[in-house]
Design a protein around this ligand. Structure first.
Ligand code: TXA
Ligand code: MG
Length: 317
């Protein structure tokens, strides 16, 4: 059998034309972004978007993020206001996704936004995806490149581990941020629906208003925010003080440094580094055949907020 990792492709002038062709034909391919790897398809094509849902086994009700090179390429797809523009100018391209009102004559496939009035849009920063987005005549619908409910991939090998030889992936190295983009709803009092590298303090500074964190209770603001998600496939127990027998113990800092069952997200207790290592560590521990993961308490500030958000969801039984 052919080595499945040969589906990892380098981006150069020749392969760029090939990648463009794959996407223009309505096929899908995994691409690197600065947050996590994504599964990309033409956002204007119903059949391409349907393929994404199928291969990810994603519920149709959970809409996708549409990725653009910049605002000038967004055409007639969505409405935006002053606050959106302020945030766009400050943070884009970068790890932030906006929920905006969709225009009636938008060309985006209705499957991508699950027939809602709104759509999620993002302008990613990774050099390789920017080269591609600049050339393409359409934006890319792109969820994280993992099977629905699992841990997002942060390296090309992670993507191959998820989909085996069913998908090609462009090598963009290890994702710099390591957790998915901040999702901010700018249609409704600027609510953060998913925390990420850009936090509410950063956002408040720019728009001069208080943004709140929403976990959509009554109204489902973000369908992807419901139920268990980001799951490594084994039980996760949070806020553990002492290592439990037989568990992999995930910590921050130098605690139990030489213990074989202890895995530090960052020896310097740096929360950005910890976020970058979070999914990598969850995948590693699963591969090592541990049956359970215990995690020490992680400070709930800066990127710790996003880490705790993902871990809480991973721990739902
Ligand atoms: O960093 C990221 O955002 C990565 C990379 C690949 O760009 N993408 C990503 O996509 O995390 P995904 O599909 O795994 O997560 C998208 C989230 C889901 O929670 C989804 O429910 C939410 O965005 N979402 C999408 N459209 C929405 C909408 N119209 N209203 C509310 N939430 C929406
Ligand atoms: Mg995802």
């Amino acid at each position: 059998m052919r080595n499945i990792y040969s589906n990892i492709i380098e981006m150069n002038r020749k392969s760029l034309t090939k990648i463009e062709k794959i996407l223009t034909k309505g096929q899908i391919i995994a691409l690197p972004t600065e947050t996590v790897y994504g599964l990309a398809g033409n956002a204007y094509s119903n059949s391409a978007v349907k393929k994404i849902y199928k291969i990810k086994r994603r519920p149709k009700k959970n809409p996708l993020i549409v990725h653009y090179y910049d605002l000038s390429k967004a055409g007639n797809d969505f409405h935006y206001d002053k606050n959106f523009l302020k945030l766009y100018k400050k943070f884009c391209p970068g790890p932030i996704t906006f929920i905006v009102k969709r225009k009636k004559n938008s060309r985006i496939s209705s499957y991508a936004y699950s027939k809602l009035d709104t759509v999620a849009v993002r302008f990613p920063k990774h050099k390789k995806i920017r080269i591609l987005l600049k050339k393409l005549k359409f934006p890319l619908a792109m969820p994280s490149a993992n099977l629905s409910g699992g841990v997002s991939p942060t390296s090309p090998k992670d993507v191959i581990d998820e989909f085996k030889n069913r998908i090609k992936v462009v090598n963009g190295g290890r994702s710099r941020v390591g957790v998915e983009s901040t999702v901010v709803d700018v249609t409704d009092k600027n609510k953060i629906l998913r925390p990420g590298a850009i936090n509410s303090i950063d956002i408040n500074k720019i728009i001069g208003k208080k943004v709140s964190f929403s976990r959509g209770t009554k109204i489902i603001k973000s369908p992807g925010n419901l139920g268990r998600h980001y799951s490594p496939g084994i039980p996760v127990v949070l806020n553990v003080k002492k290592k439990l027998k037989g568990c992999a113990f995930i910590v921050l800092g130098k605690m139990r440094k030489n213990d074989k069952d202890t895995f530090s997200l960052s020896l310097d207790a740096n929360l950005s580094e910890a976020a970058k290592n979070l999914y990598k560590t969850l995948r590693k521990v699963k591969k090592l055949n541990y049956k359970k993961i215990c995690v020490m308490k992680i400070p709930n500030k800066k990127l710790g907020i996003a880490i705790n958000d993902r871990l809480k969801r991973a721990a739902i039984k």
